[in-house]
Design a protein around this ligand. Structure first.
Ligand SMILES: Cc1cc2nc3c(=O)[nH]c(=O)nc-3n(C[C@H](O)[C@H](O)[C@H](O)COP(=O)(O)OP(=O)(O)OC[C@H]3O[C@@H](n4cnc5c(N)ncnc54)[C@H](O)[C@@H]3O)c2cc1C
Ligand code: FES
Length: 250
């Protein structure tokens, strides 16, 4: 992990309340799918955690939804050429074994963004089946980047685009046909919980990327602690954000 002074190349709206921010680092920094960055926003003492969506050479793209004052300031004040202080890369990221050749990715809301980096990386030499959930058609974005795999199913809560329902429901309709070797998931906790329940009793490993409020992002403050099924605790920023679904309480 290092602190980087990045230069904003682009920061644009790509869907309803969603922005895509691309910045250049001083040199190439290797990032695993599922890792994240902590972005410093002027006027806020705490950095904001955002997953890496794309990392190519010295260019990194993250996508964020407008939520509170931090993300709204980021969207408003950071134009091309602005400097941005970023801690990166952070967290463990997804890990796919050599023999896991068929991967299903199941995402919802802002959880689709780290999965885009997984699709980009793993579709190079594996079959990737993607199930991505959005609120409605206006929220759908990054479609081009999600189509690199074997199959892409867009799901919307209101049925205004693609499958009418959640990405978990769309995936469970396909699971016996696809028979993935591993499932990678990211999204709101109720979505991950639904996936855990639906996959119970199957032998397919499921890895989930958790989202917790964060302070430092580097394992020091314990703001992001989550509960494990064995009664222990883990720091989402340092021990995660990716966990075996069987190991965490959702
Ligand atoms: C590992 C990880 C990856 C993430 N990746 C993305 C992503 O790719 N795209 C995206 O839109 N969002 C992502 N988030 C959520 C994002 O961090 C929050 O939406 C953002 O920090 C909100 O900041 P704010 O100032 O706009 O909101 P406020 O609610 O005003 O934030 C107040 C404080 O709470 C923290 N906070 C608020 N909500 C969250 C949250 N859900 N998770 C963590 N901290 C939070 C903020 O960082 C800040 O310190 C991710 C969170 C984590 C933990
Ligand atoms: S955010 Fe500080 S320990 Fe995880």
């Amino acid at each position: 992990m290092r602190e980087v002074t990045a230069t904003v190349l682009e920061n644009k709206r790509i869907a309803d309340e969603i922005y895509s921010l691309t910045f250049a680092t001083e040199e190439e920094i290797r990032v695993r799918p599922g890792q994240f960055v902590m972005v410093g926003v002027g006027g806020f003492p705490l950095r904001r955690p955002i997953a890496v969506c794309k990392a190519e050479g010295d260019r990194v793209t993250v996508c964020y939804r407008l939520k509170g004052a931090g993300t709204r300031t980021l969207a408003r004040d950071y134009r091309m050429g602005e400097k941005l202080s970023v801690l990166m890369p952070l967290g463990n990221g997804f890990y796919v074994k050599e023999n896991e050749k068929k991967i299903a990715v199941v995402g919802g809301g802002v959880g689709i963004f780290p999965l885009i980096s997984a699709i980009r990386e793993y579709s190079k030499n594996r079959q990737v089946y993607a199930y991505m959930g959005f609120r409605n058609r206006a929220a759908v974005c990054m479609e081009y980047d999600m189509t690199r795999g074997e199959k892409l199913v867009i799901a919307t809560d209101d049925g205004s685009a693609g499958f009418h329902g959640t990405s978990v429901q769309a995936f469970m309709q396909d699971v016996d046909m696809v028979c993935p070797d591993v499932v990678l998931a990211c999204g709101p906790t109720p979505m991950l919980r639904a996936l855990k329940v639906a996959m119970k009793g199957r032998v397919i490993p499921v890895y989930v990327s958790l989202e917790e409020r964060m302070g430092c992002g580097i394992g020091a403050c314990l703001v992001c602690v989550c509960e494990k099924t064995d009664g222990a605790h883990a720091r989402v920023c340092k021990d995660g954000p990716v966990f075996d679904v069987r190991d965490v309480v959702l």
